[in-house]
Design a protein around this ligand. Structure first.
Ligand code: ATP
Length: 634
């Protein structure tokens, strides 16, 4: 086997996922912290739910109150029934006397059934709405955020937390919040009724449920601790199965014979999980045993107190009977509330992350100014522009001065990392300068709304996005509403970019799906994707066209076709062309030679060849590589 990794050795590159950051806090939280955090978490959920569907919130809450009230009424009715049954006299008469209370009891049960169903209905309606609302908010916030934010490492951490844990937390917390509210109302109603029957009944109730509360909380903590401590193992295990499952790795897995290694890794991690799970089961059983034991003692004490109340005549027999029922109801409600509160506490931490992300995203989003950039600008003036990526030691661009006039073809040339793509992104309004200004017809781009700049620009990216859409949408997405009867423009840009020969090979032509992740989908070669990206830029029909290495992945014929169409298209358009092939740049009106983030010189091809040794050297080197006799002349 080619792989030499020692089985059992840790996979050092992995750590716990960012979205699992609150494990310690949850495990260590005590009951008091949990109770204190509850109102805040409930508030968060309530506000989101209220925004999502006010009617469902109001209806659900009203039904919960009704359910709590009828529980209390039912308990009082039980007392009435028992009082009537426990008096001396013939049974038929006692039954008749108990009938009104029995009727109330039956009505209470019926109403409670209806109320609980309404609560379930409201929950079912509310959960997807709340989730979709927050998902939409997150998607919108991501869509508006400044591009530069994507270069901040902390941003990705926060985004991951929000997208995964945050979103699930909102969904789960909505459910838990409803359970907590319902449980608390039922609890309050039962406890108040019990206290009404006899004040001593309240401590009796608490005594009977305290051990169960402890055991419930402890069991939940153990489970959470298990998830927290095994999360990395679980991820490692899924990493190995992902390698077996994904198309990207399937070929290498086979060619390197990595299956036995990956299966062994899978088994190793499974064993760790298995052991941990069995240990969890044992600990939970011990806690449950202790809880049950203590609960038995608690209930025993509660019954003894009840017996004493009966013995001393402080409580009638009927009230004691109702108290027994109250003990059962309270125990069920309290267990429910404690479990749900525990989950709410955990979820609230992730919801806080989500809210923090929204605030961060807002601070990284340019607020609309209502001002728009001049359409099809006459002059693009770059003055004293510097720009640095977040966290980078050196600026990517420094002291850039450049004037671009409408209709010119500007070629940016220079070695790798000299700042060409960065300058192009600034010209496209995607980044803002750290110093200096970029102005269109005298209007500083930082003072106008970003979409108004984007409307004037089409870009062929160095590494175009492989849009998993149909071929048609991949090309037309920059101007989906363009009036294009009989696909006239679509066919034309396809011819100009060479995309037509790609589309004719697809089973469903323009309607073919360009991803193999779905049935009937296609994947394309790097060059084919690039042809589509050129077609997309041409279809957008914008006055400023930025081409970042538009032909790097194209074969010679396609490259010639693209440059031919750029020449045709050029009339009236401003073209900014980034290229390493200096032969493609020689016809540009202005060539900008960049070096280490600065402009070394600008000029025409002839001028630079004569005056700039750096440019002349590069050009000669490339020209010679196409000669049969590579002599150093041009
Ligand atoms: N997202 C980024 N974060 C940090 N630094 C970056 C980022 N993108 C580029 N850089 C750095 O900025 C500098 C300029 O990069 P740029 O991509 O503009 O160069 P380029 O001239 O287009 O290079 P190439 O010819 O390789 O495409 C380089 O030093 C690069 O390492």
């Amino acid at each position: 086997m080619a792989m030499k990794t020692k089985p059992g050795a840790p996979l050092a590159e992995l750590s716990a996922p960012v979205w699992f950051g609150h494990a310690d806090q949850v495990i260590r939280a005590n009951l008091w912290q949990l109770l204190r955090a509850l109102p805040r978490a409930m508030g968060l959920v309530a506000r989101t739910a209220w925004r999502a569907d006010r009617a469902a919130v109001a209806l659900g809450f009203a039904a919960q109150v009704v359910s709590g009230l009828v529980t209390a009424v039912g308990l009082l009715a039980v007392t009435g029934v028992l009082t009537s049954l426990f008096v001396a006299g013939p049974t038929p008469e006692r039954l008749v006397a108990a009938a009104p209370s029995l009727a109330v009891l039956a009505a209470a049960y019926a109403v409670r059934g209806v109320a609980d169903t309404v609560v379930s209905g409201a929950t079912l309606r509310l959960r997807p709405k709340v989730r979709h609302r927050v998902e939409r908010d997150l998607a919108e916030s991501m869509s508006r955020i400044d591009l530069i934010t994507f270069d901040e490492p902390d941003f990705h951490d926060a985004l991951e937390r929000s997208r995964h844990a945050g979103m699930d937390a909102v969904d789960s917390a909505t459910h838990q919040a409803i359970v907590v509210v319902g449980g608390l109302i039922a609890l309050a109603a039962t406890a108040a009724t019990a206290a009404l029957l006899h004040p001593l009944l309240l401590p009796v109730l608490l005594l009977s449920v305290a051990p169960e509360t402890w055991a419930t909380l402890r069991t939940a903590r153990l489970e959470y601790e298990f998830v927290a401590t095994t999360i990395e193992t679980r991820r490692r295990r899924s990493l190995t199965t992902d390698l077996l499952a994904h198309k990207e790795s399937a070929a290498e897995v086979r060619v390197f014979g990595a299956q036995p290694f990956l299966l062994a890794e899978h088994d190793r991690h499974s064993r760790v999980m298995e052991d941990a799970q069995i240990a969890l089961g044992a600990r939970q059983t011990r806690v449950a045993l202790l809880g049950r034991g203590l609960s038995g003692v608690g209930i025993g004490l509660a019954y003894a107190t009840l017996g004493w109340l009966l013995y001393t005549g402080a409580t009638p027999l009927a009230v004691a009977g109702a108290a027994l029922l109250a003990i059962r109801t309270v125990r069920a409600s309290l267990t429910q509330v404690v479990l749900a509160a525990n989950r709410m506490f955990e979820k609230s931490l992730y919801i806080s992350d989500l809210l923090a992300f929204f605030a961060h995203a807002e601070s990284r989003t340019r607020q609309p100014t209502g001002r728009t950039a001049p359409a099809d600008p006459e002059v693009i003036a770059v003055r004293g522009v510097s720009f640095g990526y977040p966290g980078a030691a050196k600026p990517a661009l420094a002291d850039i001065d450049l004037t671009i006039r409408r209709g010119q073809v500007i070629a940016l040339v220079g070695e790798n990392g000299s700042g060409k793509s960065t300058l192009a992104k600034l010209l496209a309004g995607l980044y803002q300068p750290s110093e200096g200004s970029i102005a269109w017809d005298g209007v500083d781009l930082t003072t106008v709304d970003a979409p108004s700049v984007a409307n004037n620009v089409a870009v062929v990216m160095q590494e175009p996005t492989r849009w998993p859409l149909t071929a048609r949408h991949t090309v037309t997405l920059g101007q989906p509403d363009r009036w294009d009867p009989d696909d006239h423009y679509l066919s034309q840009v396809a011819r100009d970019s060479g995309a037509d020969t790609v589309v004719t090979t697809l089973t469903h032509g323009w309607d073919s799906l360009l991803t193999t992740r779905f049935r009937d989908g296609h994947d394309l070669s790097g060059g084919q994707w690039q042809r589509l990206s050129v077609a997309r830029a041409l279809y957008r029909d914008a006055p400023i066209l930025i081409c970042d290495e538009p032909t790097a992945a194209l074969d010679a014929r396609a490259e010639a076709a693209v440059y031919e169409s750029l020449r045709t298209l050029q009339s009236g358009r401003t073209v900014i062309l980034i290229t390493h092939r200096l032969a493609s740049a020689r016809h540009a009106d202005l060539i900008v030679v960049m070096h280490q983030g600065r402009i070394l010189q600008t000029g025409t091809h002839t001028h630079l060849l004569a005056t700039n040794p750096h440019y002349a050297d590069l050009y000669t080197l490339q020209a010679n590589s196409y000669r049969d006799d590579p002599s150093p002349s041009i």
